[in-house]
Design a protein. Sequence first.
Length: 237
Amino acid sequence: MIDNAAFRSISYGLFIIGAHSADGCAGCVVNTFQQVTSTPLQVSVTLNKENCTTQAIQNSGRFCASVLSEAAPMELIGRFGFHSSNELDKFDGVKHGEDGAGVPYVTECCAAWFSVRVVQTLDVGTHIMFIGEVEAAEPVEQVSPMTYAYYHQVKGGKTPPRASSFLPTEETAAPVVAPAASDAPAAASEFTGGGGRGAYAWQCQVCGHIEYVDELPEDYVCPICGVGREMFVRIAL
């Protein structure tokens, strides 16, 4: 017997992976970046085979990783986590830099960044694991890194279907209501849609974004992940 709830106890961080190839820049949000050895300094990241970022890393043999802080807004996470790099330049308008090889990394709401040269790849079915040597690494801000638990429990975020930790039975369950303003004022303000608070709000079942209005327009589109009104459920405040 495998109880999917057990996987929720595994600790993760939240990172933005940047890549660059002849086709341009690509980037995505992951929770699979980690250190694997200290001598030499090696790290790994596991990405879905269908991601543009995966293809860019395979073509270039390089990637950068940015460690997101707890202050990272859902708009930033949604931009890199719920859109395709084929549809937009995810780094446009986002504070970022480039390593010595021209690979982009995000500096906005970032604790540190790493520049990595791939030395091994492992096919793990739906995903590719890249193992690489760290060639540069720098802290950016003295802030608390965001954990995956914080993203879910405080930010109210969801797991993209292509993520390696996506569990269909968990993600299709009843939506998680965001914490009350008194419990997490900063997080609650991240979700505010601009209108006044009423008796109800609407939560996206894909990315977790909450729109604080009693009635959601029929033509409403989620500003985070781009899905329509049909993917929202009404919740009582």
